[in-house]
Design a protein around this ligand. Structure first.
Ligand SMILES: C[S@@+](CC[C@H](N)C(=O)[O-])C[C@H]1O[C@@H](n2cnc3c(N)ncnc32)[C@H](O)[C@@H]1O
Length: 216
C-alpha cells in the first residue's frame, strides 16, 4: 500500500469560492421586494451579492472573509463561525450554504442544518451544495490512507476531522424528517481545476428545499 499524506491528497488547500452565483442558485432565488437572506461560508461574497441584488437584506458570514468584498446597500458581512453563530428563529427567507459542510465534521453539519431549519421562516428556502461520500478525495483516502478515514470523515493523525462528506441520501432523509419540500435535488461529478492539483473532480449534491408552513 502506498501511504500518502493528507496534503498530497488535496487536504489543507482551501477550495476557491465562486466569482459569480452558480446557475442553480440564480434559478432558485426568488426576486423579492423585501426579505432576509444569509450566505453561510460566503468566501468572497459573490453569492451574497446576488442575494442583495435579488432584493434581500443579505448577510455574508465567514470566519475568513475574502477581501475585497462586494458592496451594495442591502449587503453586510460578518466574520463568524457557523458552528457557534446564533441564526435565531424564523429570521431568514433564504439560507445559502455552498461547499462549506466538507470543512465541518458530520456532527457539526447535522447540527448546523438543524439550526438553519429553525432560522428559516415558514416557506423559506435552503439552498445548499456539498461534497458527498462519492467524492474522489474520500475514495482516494480510503484506498491510500485507510487509517485516516472513519466512515465518511477524513481525520488527521490526532483523530480530528478535517473533512466531512455527506452520505448520498442524507439531505433527502433530513428533508423528509423535517417536512421540507424538495424543489431540486441533484447529485453529480463536477470538474474542478485549481492549483496545485490541476484538473480533478468533486462529487456534489445540490439541494433546494422549502420549509413547510404559510408565512404569518
Ligand atoms: C469552498 S469555500 C466556499 C465559499 C462560498 N460559499 C462559495 O461557494 O463561493 C468554503 C468557505 O467556507 C468557509 N468556512 C470554513 N469553516 C467555516 C465555518 N465554521 N463557518 C462558516 N464558514 C466556514 C471558508 O472560510 C470558505 O470561505
Amino acid at each position: 500500500m502506498i501511504s500518502r499524506s493528507l496534503r498530497e491528497l488535496g487536504v489543507n488547500v482551501p477550495f476557491p469560492s465562486f466569482r459569480r452565483a452558480p446557475r442553480f442558485v440564480r434559478t432558485h432565488v426568488p426576486r423579492v421586494s423585501s426579505g432576509r437572506a444569509v450566505d453561510i461560508g460566503c468566501g468572497r461574497g459573490a453569492v451574497t451579492l446576488h442575494l442583495a441584488r435579488a432584493g434581500y437584506e443579505a448577510l455574508g458570514l465567514d470566519p475568513v472573509l475574502q477581501r475585497p468584498l462586494p458592496r451594495h446597500r442591502r449587503l453586510s458581512f460578518e466574520t463568524g463561525d457557523a458552528r457557534h453563530y446564533d441564526f435565531g428563529r424564523e429570521k431568514f427567507d433564504v439560507v445559502v450554504i455552498l461547499n462549506v459542510l466538507q470543512l465541518l465534521s458530520n456532527r457539526e453539519s447535522q447540527d448546523l442544518l438543524d439550526r438553519v431549519y429553525v432560522a428559516l421562516r415558514p416557506s423559506g428556502r435552503l439552498i445548499l451544495s456539498g461534497f458527498t461520500e462519492d467524492d474522489p478525495l474520500l475514495l482516494d483516502a480510503r484506498r491510500e490512507i485507510p487509517h485516516l478515514v472513519d466512515g465518511t470523515e477524513l481525520l488527521d493523525e490526532d483523530g480530528r476531522t478535517v473533512r466531512g462528506f455527506l452520505r448520498r441520501d442524507q439531505l433527502l432523509a433530513w428533508c423528509e424528517q423535517r417536512s421540507v419540500e424538495v424543489l431540486h435535488h441533484q447529485q453529480m461529478l463536477v470538474d474542478d481545476a485549481h492549483p496545485p492539483y490541476g484538473r480533478h473532480q468533486h462529487a456534489l449534491v445540490r439541494l433546494v428545499g422549502i420549509k413547510s408552513g404559510e408565512r404569518p
